[in-house]
Design a protein around this ligand. Structure first.
Ligand SMILES: Cc1cc2nc3c(=O)[nH]c(=O)nc-3n(C[C@H](O)[C@H](O)[C@H](O)COP(=O)(O)OP(=O)(O)OC[C@H]3O[C@@H](n4cnc5c(N)ncnc54)[C@H](O)[C@@H]3O)c2cc1C
Length: 471
């Protein structure tokens, strides 16, 4: 057998529109590998919900690769050193990562391959626009979304067409490697994750199917409905995009084709959201501290409150504010939360509870199936007011008004807070205003079956504004 090309799968867990994989297949035999490299990730070790997703995504990918995917656990540089000792390798290809640690890892591997004189190449498989290419006239990166997007759109002609999956592949295994998917120990021993199976279908084919369903049933009206959590109006593609089960190129092209049938404004609105993902990676690339450091350093001395009880109440969905509690329970039960509600709960944590955005981001990191270093960091900083192109600090969402506006019928809130399901609409977002008789009729004992509010909205809003004014 001629020496194989190694294709190193990372956050590109698909066979179609994977340029590096297609090139490797076109050139001969491929040894597909995946390395689980958690030891060095420290604070950004993959969260439990993401590990669940990754396990099942790898299972599907391995099946598509005729069970030839080679699994390794440990430092990627060390894994490559061993691999190169065992067998002759023709070349190594991979899809570029824009996350700081993963980027360092690929640089280290590239250096090793260079020393060993083994050809290697990295490919862009996950972004429509290379972050280093979209720059202002002065050569600096954009810090505001709209001009970034305008400039990016002007370069759309250069975006490649999605590639089909290779029709035939010669794949081989690393005979010296005994590890399998289970050796990566991605699934928790406590079977909390079973609930996720009923909410998600993981894998490349499933991602394509999800896009199709969305374009058929959700694209029309997307712009108008996307802010209402009770409607199934958004694509639910974020975890598929995060793990690379589908590429943004595929999403873009298929959406544009669907839009030829009269829903252009909705398609534009949807692709603009997809571009927020691009903008997140763009910012992470130019500001690698995005996940943990205030983009605006004037926020560094901000007097965040350290209150474990308030943080726990927020995490558990026991704040006494129904739209917040519904969102936090949605997250816990399903591994996701509607975007509008993510903004409301993040504003509540950082502005009404005055708790550091990094504590909120860490909880999201552990519990979201789409937990993403770039999008999570950018959005938390956006809501907290310390980020790039951020919401101004005085924009404090009122959870009562937000609930009434975006869940007017209360369908979403009742779905995740069954203990309030019998409460009349008038009091659904202010149960403390209901009379004893109404509460009794609805089977609610405040302080027992549902909490009293943990903070006063008006007072906490004023405290936040005062704290922000001190900056
Ligand atoms: C505090 C906070 C934390 C967030 N953390 C994450 C995260 O860890 N991972 C993540 O993927 N998204 C995150 N988001 C963004 C957004 O909430 C999700 O991408 C969206 O809810 C996913 O649902 P969807 O796929 O149905 O979105 P759709 O409305 O169908 O949007 C299509 C795609 O566009 C991208 N997108 C949409 N909105 C945003 C946005 N605001 N920022 C970046 N990309 C966006 C996603 O890839 C999404 O799949 C966060 C938002 C907030 C306010």
């Amino acid at each position: 057998m001629t020496a194989p090309t190694i294709f190193w799968f990372r956050n590109d867990l698909r066979l179609s529109d994977n340029p590096g994989f297609s090139q490797a297949v076109a050139e001969g035999t491929v040894m597909p590998i995946f390395i689980s490299e958690e030891e060095s990730a420290e604070a950004f070790k993959m969260g439990a919900a993401s590990r669940w997703w990754l396990h099942h995504s790898l299972e599907k990918l391995d099946r598509s690769l005729q069970h030839k995917l080679n699994f390794y656990r440990g430092n990627s540089l060390e894994v490559f050193k061993k691999l190169l000792q065992h067998s002759p390798i023709k070349a190594v290809y991979w899809s570029r990562s824009y996350e700081p640690l993963a980027f360092q890892q690929e640089q280290a591997v590239a250096q090793l391959l260079e020393q060993k004189n083994i050809p290697f190449q990295s490919f862009n498989a996950s972004l429509l626009w290379e972050p280093c290419e979209v720059l202002k006239k002065d050569g600096k990166p954009y810090q505001v979304f709209t001009p970034f997007y305008v400039e990016a759109l002007s370069r759309s002609a250069a975006i490649r067409k999605p590639l089909p999956a290779p029709t035939s592949m010669k794949l081989c295994r690393d005979q010296s490697n005994l590890d399998d998917l289970n050796s990566l120990a991605l699934l928790s021993k406590i079977p909390w994750h079973h609930k996720l199976h009923s909410c998600w279908k993981v894998g490349e084919q499933e991602a394509q199917e999800q896009l199709k369903i969305f374009l058929q049933n959700g694209l029309e009206g997307y712009q108008q409905h996307r802010d209402f959590p009770a409607f199934s109006a958004t694509s639910r593609l974020s975890p598929h995009l995060h793990f690379g089960e589908i590429s943004p190129h595929q999403v873009r092209q298929t959406t544009q084709q669907a839009a030829l049938k009269t829903v252009k404004k909705d398609a534009d609105a949807f692709l603009r959201e997809v571009a927020w993902r691009e903008f997140s990676y763009y910012q992470l690339f130019h500001f690698p501290e995005l996940p943990w450091k205030n983009f605006q350093s004037k926020f560094d001395p901000f007097p965040w409150r350290h209150n474990a009880d308030l943080l726990r109440a927020w995490k558990e969905g026991k704040t006494g504010y129904p739209i917040i509690d519904a969102g936090m329970r949605e997250l816990w039960q399903t591994g996701t939360m509607h975007n509008r509600v993510r903004m409301i709960v993040a504003s509540f944590l950082t502005k009404n509870l005055l708790i550091d955005w990094r504590d909120g981001a860490a909880w999201f990191w552990d519990t979201l199936v789409d937990a993403d270093l770039a999008s999570n960091g950018l959005n938390w900083q956006w809501v907290a007011g310390c980020g790039v192109d951020a919401a101004p600090y005085f924009r404090i969402f009122n959870p009562v008004l937000q609930g009434k506006k975006f869940d007017a019928e209360g369908e979403y809130t009742r779905r995740f807070l069954p203990e309030l399901s019998q409460l009349p609409k008038k009091f659904l977002f202010t149960p403390w205003e209901a009379s004893e008789a109404i509460l009794k009729e609805a089977g609610i004992i405040l302080g027992k079956t549902y909490p009293f509010p943990i903070v006063d909205l008006q007072q906490s809003r004023e405290e936040a504004l005062q704290a922000y004014h001190l900056l």
